[in-house]
Every structure is written in C-alpha cells, then in structure tokens.
Design a protein around this ligand. Structure first.
Ligand code: CA
Length: 428
C-alpha cells in the first residue's frame, strides 16, 4: 500500500493557518469527547477536528476493510492492531476527502455538520489504553550530565551505556493527556548531610522532555523483533513529559532503579503523529562508537528531525522558554530500542508506549530537564517575570511542543501542557 499523503503542495478545502502543526499532510489520530458528550476517534486538519466514526457511518471509507465500530471506540488500540496497511489506507482516504479538488463531503452540508468540530468544542482524551510503558535513557548528553552530577565526571556514563539502550519498566496507570493537572508528590527523601530519611512533599519536582512511540502488536512471546523489521511496528509518536521527583529519586533508586519518583504522572500530547507523516523528516542518528552488537546494527537513517521546546508559565506571570532541543540528538534509535526490548522474547502489544528518555542537546540551552538546566539547583534560571527557578513550583504550568519543518512543509504535535498543583491536603 503506497502512501499518498506527504505531497507538500497538497491543499485542503478546510481552513489551515500558516504555521499550523496540522496541515493536510499530517493526519494524526486522537480520541475526543464531542460537544454532545460522545467519545469518538478522530483526526485534525488545522483547527478542525474530524469525527472518523461519523465519516465511516456515512460511507466515506467504503472499499477499505474496516469493522463498523472501528472508530466508535474510546481508544485507538483496535485500529492500531489492524496494522500499517490499514493505517495507510485510512490516511490516504482522509487525504482525498479533504483535498481542495474534492467536493464530495465539502458539498454535503448535512454531512459536514456531523463530521466536523472546532478544536475548542471537543475535549481530548488519552488516545490509547496503554498496556505497558517502558522508559529508555537514550540521550548521551542527558546520561552524561546526570552521571556527572550524581557520580563522577570522569566516569559519567556507566560501562553498559554505549552497548545497551538502557531502560526500565514504568507504570501506565499514571499516563495522562495534556491538560490534566497533577499534584506535587509525597515521598521519602534524605536531606543533605542527614543519616535518616524524612517524609513530606517533594521539593525537587522536575519535568523530562521526551518523546514516546506507540506500538502495534509486534511479536509472539519468545520471538524477538529484528532490528530491520522494528519500524514496521511503530504506529506513531507523541511529545511526552515524564514528571520526576529528583529528591525522591536520589534516595530510592538504588539498586533497582526508578520507582515512586517517576510514577506519579507522565503527560502526553493527545494527537499521535504517524511514522508515515514523519517520513520526510528522517535523518541520521549520531555515529555509534564502539559499534553496537550485530542485533542492534542497522544501516541508513533512523532518526527524525523534530524540534522540541519546553516553556514554563508561573501563575499570573509571563511564559519563559526554558529549552530548545531536538529528537535527532538521541544516541539510540527507536528501532534499536524496540529490537533490544524484544531480543529476549518480551512481547510487545498494540498500545504499548515507549519513552525516549530525556532529550538533552549538546548546549546548556538545549537540556531537557530542570535538573540539568539549573545544574542540580546551583544555577537558578531567571524567568521573564523576574522570578527564579531551580525546580518546578506549585501552580507552575509546563508546556512542551514539537514540530518538523522542511521544504515548506511543517508537521507538528501540538502541545503537552500540565499544571503542577500543591501537594494533596486531606483536610481540603
Ligand atoms: Ca524518563
């Protein structure tokens, strides 16, 4: 099945603002609640949201083998399970229906009324039921910075780091869509110089600028996914804020790794941008020296040029851009992560989510966490409103955006935006 959606010259009959993240070439997938309180699967062009359930009922997907209720669901899991051929056929058809030269839907006012919504009329939901969540640690700059701060600048990278895409199993129950506020977590921490821990709200809440990919059913238990096939099983990507409590993390992470410091919340952008839409922005990943073991070797370009930005907005205060990074800085590629994840026969399912790990670039203004930007609290950041920050304060809002741009074509992810509320107070 060829895909016919990337032509940068293609225009739509819907209104799309210049610099929109969602031109007709994007066609991401999401789940939303309509103004009539109906949950449905949809896509987005410009600021218009398209109800794919309604479009399917009206017969616009005729000729594509889809079950009647494939879009009338509250998650994308079944659609993702249908595989790449189906994703392509559906995106190709959406691209045709909304092409400026096609009047089939455009001329049917009654159809348009039930299919199209303004973005501010709908409420975006979590797009998939995430069965399993794995988080990697694949930015060399981030791992080096953290190793320098927490251990030894001369041995910042652990001996395994250049050989294995290091990762851990996270918790899917606390992955939330953009717009859902979170609470400052409680936990145990060891104050500097103390011999025993104390309990209370974390004093070092941080964001992690990441991206995540969502998989389809990839393998049977016991069967690895080879690196050359791995990309076939990736449905698409989102921007991902993997919230972290650095003081809790520092005390609890030995010897089994992250636990409560990482599982109180992780926020995702609500539109899953497909790998087909990202194809024009494919670039090489950093050279790997020493060469990884053969099962992790793959020729060609397997990273993507995705500009990332983090901004902080304190309550009643202007927004400050904290960092500008890029997905292409990742040392380990998604194909390597997925091949490594399954090399022991671990089963990967439709709707699993894999985080990249914090994406830090080479310069201090491209670091992907407050831990690095303010260097463990030693270099406070000056905000536009005159305040300073070393970590995230109560009622601060953190937003992250991502987009690709090349030859006049821009494909974006929208944003993931989260407000940090004060710690839970049982008396409230
Ligand atoms: Ca993380």
């Amino acid at each position: 099945m060829p895909q016919n959606t990337n032509d940068p010259l293609k225009k739509t009959w819907l209104t799309v603002a210049e610099n929109s993240d969602f031109p007709i070439q994007n066609i991401p997938f999401g789940v939303f609640l309509t103004r009539d309180d109906i949950i449905t699967i949809g896509t987005r062009i410009g600021d218009t949201v398209i109800d794919l359930g309604a479009l399917h009922q009206l017969g616009y997907f005729e000729g594509i083998p889809l079950t009647d209720d494939i879009f009338l669901q509250d998650t994308l899991n079944d659609f993702i399970s249908d595989g790449k051929k189906t994703w392509r056929a559906v995106r190709n058809r959406i691209s045709e229906i909304f092409d400026s030269t096609n009047s089939a839907l455009q001329s049917q006012e009654e159809h348009r009324k039930v299919v199209l919504f303004a973005i501010d009329e709908v409420e975006m939901q979590l797009p998939v039921q995430i069965g399993d969540y794995t988080d990697f640690y694949s930015s060399r700059e981030h791992a080096t910075n953290v190793g320098t701060m927490f251990r030894d600048p001369d041995k910042a990278l652990m001996p395994n780091w250049l050989h294995i895409p290091v990762g851990y199993h996270g918790r899917s129950s606390t992955i939330i869509p953009s717009g859902t506020p979170i609470r400052r977590p409680y936990g145990q921490t060891l104050p500097k110089g103390a011999d025993s821990p104390v309990f209370g709200p974390s004093k070092r809440v941080d964001f992690e600028l990441e991206m995540a990919f969502i998989t389809t059913d990839a393998n049977a238990l016991g069967e690895p996914v080879s690196i050359s096939e791995a990309e076939e099983y990736i449905f698409g990507m989102v921007v991902f804020n993997d919230w972290s409590a650095r003081d809790i993390q520092k005390w609890e992470y030995v010897p089994l790794g992250p636990f409560l410091a990482k599982n109180f919340a992780s926020s995702i952008s609500p539109w899953i941008v497909t790998m087909d839409a990202l194809e024009p922005f494919r670039v090489a990943s950093p050279a790997q020296e020493p060469a990884p073991l053969p099962y992790l070797q793959l020729d060609g370009d397997h990273s993507f040029d995705i500009h990332l930005e983090v901004a902080l907005t304190p309550e009643n205060s202007p927004t400050t851009i904290l960092s500008k990074s890029n997905f292409k800085y990742m040392y380990w590629t998604m194909a390597q992560q997925l091949a490594h994840h399954t090399v022991n026969g671990c089963k990967v399912n439709s709707g699993d989510l894999m985080g990249s790990g914090t994406i830090s670039g080479p310069t201090p203004d491209s670091y992907g966490s407050m831990l690095e930007l303010a260097w463990q609290g030693t270099k406070p950041l000056k905000l536009e409103g005159g305040e300073e920050r070393t970590f995230i304060e109560d009622n601060d809002t953190v937003s992250m955006t991502g987009y690709c741009e090349k030859d006049g074509l821009r494909i974006g992810f929208g944003e993931v935006r989260t407000k940090l509320l004060p710690a839970f107070n049982p008396k409230e």
